[in-house]
Ligand binder design. Structure first.
Ligand SMILES: *Cc1c(COP(=O)(O)O)cnc(C)c1O
Length: 294
């Protein structure tokens, strides 16, 4: 059976299960889980953000992010078919008193002007004020659309002028990064809050990470507990995230037909041998070049 329903159907391989089994753990409600702490720091550093927060789902990472940017009675604008608007069951309205307004885009493709034209900050006593814009990259219901970095830059410039915050729903930002070659640090520059999933393309069984400033993350940690997601020895989940990031490169190479050994975050083993010829060498180099684009 070939299962192409979703990238969430993956199950942990033996290596990931071993990493889970060996993870040092502690009570994360006391911030005592070393594996969760190091994963949060690691993902934050990847994107040039001050801090990270492990969440059980991407929906929660999105919801904590937008509630930190938008006050009750204010507005978040997003693309019509975005996950935040269509697939989070009205959570922004139910839990945070946030109203949403949307712009439609073919295949979810971002055009900065679409969002900027409907943004209405400081609308006074009659109309709802826009305080944040959400961008989804890649766009799920758009069909995996990778958002153009020039449009993200333009949106950032326009939103800054208006004093409107930007949130990135980066559930599949890993895929956008591989497809576009845009670095995580570059994506990190344009958004005040970011959510990324560990449980999609990276193949971890559970988890997402919210990224932002220390101040926003400290407040969001309180809200995470209030939502009922203050978890205890979550190092066993965070370890899978570490493992997935360590083996990212290996997974990308494997998808292109090249097997390598991932020995650490910046340490891979590739050994030539008798059954490896010049043509394969050229091919392996091409696969590696593509997989290493950052
Ligand atoms: C999967 C996904 C999420 C989060 O989903 P959860 O099932 O809550 O982890 C958020 N945004 C997008 C675009 C997604 O595809």
């Amino acid at each position: 059976m070939i299962d192409l329903r979703s990238d969430t159907v993956t199950v942990p391989d033996q290596g990931m299960r071993e990493a889970i089994a060996q993870a040092p753990v502690g009570d994360d409600v006391y911030s005592d889980d070393p594996t969760a702490n190091s994963l949060e720091e690691r993902v934050a550093a990847l994107f040039g953000k001050e801090a990270g927060l492990f969440t059980p789902t991407g929906s929660l990472a999105n919801q904590l992010s937008i509630r930190s940017l938008v006050s009750p009675g204010e507005e978040l604008i997003a693309e019509t078919n975005s996950h935040i608007v269509r697939a989070e069951l009205g959570a922004a309205a139910v839990f945070s008193g946030i109203t949403t307004r949307t712009w439609p885009a073919r295949n979810g493709l971002l055009k900065a002007s679409d969002a900027l034209e409907i943004a209405r900050p400081d609308s006074g006593p009659y109309l709802v004020s826009t305080t944040a814009i959400a961008v989804e990259n890649t766009h799920n219901f758009g069909g995996g659309t990778v958002q153009p970095i020039d449009q993200i830059k333009e949106l950032h410039a326009g939103a800054s002028k208006l004093g409107v915050h930007l949130h990135l729903d980066g559930a599949r930002l890993w895929n956008a990064h591989v497809a576009s070659g845009v670095s995580f640090l570059e994506y990190g520059k344009y958004f005040e809050t970011i959510s990324v999933c560990l449980s999609k393309g990276l193949g971890a069984p559970v988890g997402s990470v919210m990224l932002s400033t220390k101040e926003r993350i400290t407040k969001s940690r309180v809200w995470r507990k209030r939502y009922g997601a203050g978890m205890r020895q979550i190092g066993i989940l965070a370890a899978a995230g570490h493992y997935a990031l360590d083996n990212e490169l290996a997974t990308r190479c494997k998808a292109q037909g090249l097997l390598i050994s991932a020995l650490g975050p910046k340490y891979a083993r590739l050994v030539t041998h008798m059954n490896f010829d010049d043509a394969q060498c050229d091919e392996a180099i091409e696969i590696l070049k593509k997989a290493l684009v950052a």
